[in-house]
Design a protein around this ligand. Sequence first.
Ligand SMILES: C[S@@+](CC[C@H](N)C(=O)[O-])C[C@H]1O[C@@H](n2cnc3c(N)ncnc32)[C@H](O)[C@@H]1O
Length: 274
Amino acid sequence: MDDNSAKFVGAIPDFYDRGLGPVIFADFAAGMAQRVKALEPKLVVETAAGTGILSRALRDALPGRTKIIATDLNAPMIEVARRKFARGEPIVLQTADAVNLPFDDACCDLLVCQYGMMFFPDKEQSYRTAYRVLEDGGHYLVSVWDSHAFNGFAEIGHRIAGELFPDDPPQFMAVPFSCSAIDPIKAGLLEAGFSSVEISVNRIEKVVPDPELFARGMVLGNPLGDQIRARGGDVEAVIAATLAALHERFGTDPMVLSLQEIVFVARKGAVARV
Ligand SMILES: C[S@@+](CC[C@H](N)C(=O)[O-])C[C@H]1O[C@@H](n2cnc3c(N)ncnc32)[C@H](O)[C@@H]1O
């Protein structure tokens, strides 16, 4: 059983940011930044900010007077995020566990988390924490990946790594896609106290400009590479097999992936009495 699925450390942040970032994260981050902007927040806290892909989009989309605090569990991810901002740009970047945020009650009016929740060991506690740090009328925006069926690149990554180790398949590629069931998340948010939850399913077709870099990111840009190495596997062979399978399924020139996410917008406030 792998227990390193949340350890985005070592060389992972760089492979993540260059290999995966432009292909699977940047476009949905731009959409999330627009959702945040439309709510006109005064102070935004971002959790599981990773290498700052959404943080950068937020800073670009929001007026300078809107404060942003971007946090992540892993300092090496935050270090890559820091490089995206000029000295003096109005953003605070710091480590923090999203399940137990080190912030006061009602400290912000918007909390946002893009593709981090799947890694939280206690999701219900993370919803309660989100509710606690938001002021009345505030919003929690959280996005998750839809299942492998709607994100075929991940099904390929999971299958190829699993075929190499049939007795002990690496589990990483299942984790980011493990929260595609809408009902438990909706129920968890409402049980934490949120009064309403809006849900949308968003799909894009993404042209992959550098398939080799993307395949490398799929293996080395997350803890999958460490899980393969821990089993004595050859990561370069897995990258080559992943690239070949991606080409076979999604084309060569261009390679076009279907990507699908689910976004929850939860509001803290009194339930309307009518
Ligand atoms: C797939 S990345 C998403 C990063 C970023 N939001 C993005 O869209 O590019 C998942 C991130 O969750 C972070 N993470 C995992 N567990 C966490 C926790 N308990 N609290 C905060 N961040 C966590 C990891 O360090 C990693 O940066």
